[in-house]
Every structure is written in C-alpha cells, then in structure tokens.
Design a protein around this ligand. Sequence first.
Ligand code: ZN
Length: 269
Amino acid sequence: MSDEDQILYRVEDKVAVITLNRPDKANAQTQGLLDDLNAAWERAAADPGVRVIVLNANGKHFSSGHDLSGAGSRDAVPDKMTLAHIYELEAKRFIGYSLNWRNIPKPSIAAVQGKCIAGGLLLAWPCDLIIAAENAEFSDPVVYLGIGGVEYHGHTWELGARKAKEILFTGRSVSAREAEQAGAVNRVVPLDDLDSETMKLAAHISGMDPFGLRQAKRAVNQTLDVQGFQTAVQAVFDIHQTGHGNALSVTGYPVISNLEQMKKNVSKS
Ligand code: ZN
C-alpha cells in the first residue's frame, strides 16, 4: 500500500467520509498519515458542498495510536532527540491537528470499532459525535511509558474526572457501553450496523440548516471554552512534555522503556 492510500476521502450526498486506511497496522498513526488526515479535514472544511464530516476506519480497530516505530516520518529526525524537537513535532501533529478538527465549523461524527488506544483518542475526541460499535474500547495506557496521558487530554471532559483517573492509573480500557454511560459516546450499535447507522445520522444532520449547525456547534464549544477547555488542553499538553523530558533524562528516549509491558497489557485487556 502506498503512503497516499493511508487516508481515503470521498463525498457522498453532502457528507465527507474520511477513512483511516492502514488496517494491517491497526491504523497506527505515522506523521505522514496525520498530515494526510489533516489535509482531508481541511478539504472537507473548505468544500461548500460538504455539510457533515464522518471519520471512520478500515479494519478491526479504529486506531492503535501513534506508530512508535518512526515509520513514515516526513520530517528529518535529528541525531540527538531533544525535548525541543519532541515539543515542536507534537505541538503541530498531536495537539494542533486535534484542536483544528475540533474547531472546524461543521459537525463531525467518529465511527469507532475495536481498539481506540492513546493516540487513537486524539482522532476520536475532537469529533462532535461518536458512534461506537459494541466491540469498541477506549484506553490511554501511557503511564506504562512514564507519561501522564496522551498529548490531547479530552479524557476528563469526556469521561468525567473519576473515570479519567481510573483509566490513566490502571491502563485499562473503557468499553463502548461504559463510555456511553459516561457520556463520551452518543450511542452504541452492533458492529455490522456501524457504517449504516453513522451514515444515517450524517444524512439526517446534513439536511439541517448549515448556518444553524455551525452556530449550534459553536454554542456548545464556546460553553466548554468558557469553562476552560482549550486552556486546560494546552496546559495538559505541557504537563505531557514533562513526561518526555523525564524519560529523556532517564533513558535518552522520549518514553521510559515499558513498551513491551504496555503491549502485553493492552492485548490482554
Ligand atoms: Zn508525546
């Protein structure tokens, strides 16, 4: 599969469908994939014919998070990794893009199946609505890596403080039903119906007045922002960087070396 096919884009009756298409790697996110994903969101935002944006994923899993192998990097990787380099890379791709998608003035819907791990949350949380398949699971097990959570901290806002702490402290995942009860997911549907239910909802919303939709989205987001949403997300991004700084000082790498343990625990859960 060429690099260009990692993100698919189509417009169907006023609905832009953006598809993560790296199923053989559980849609692990390379830097290039994120650049292409952001370009797809921008394309949908700029197209006056698009009223609703759907983000979905091919394969068993929505996304296993960031591709830590370094594959697909489009930026030069320095000989010696510094916190300044990590900060710059992540400010653009791991929080900048997510906030950009969150603020695009058109309604968006994520359709999530299988695992949505760590960096996967950076793609799902920014969407306005989330439809989850019954087998969907959400997790952020990066405490195993010596980091206090992923770069874009939607967790407390989406799941509530106690559940956010629980998943971070334990590394465990939240099931689709649990996420629905917490208000982090709009509805749970059988896996076989995920696509049709998502497109049905998108079709319904696409028939609403576009300016009304834009203002409705702004009303809710503005309410969250008055409560400090974007300021908190930016502040937690900087807390996240202290995790990388500590790991660099201890190991010379951006994470402490419990990656194998994390993989074992994630595959068990
Ligand atoms: Zn990071």
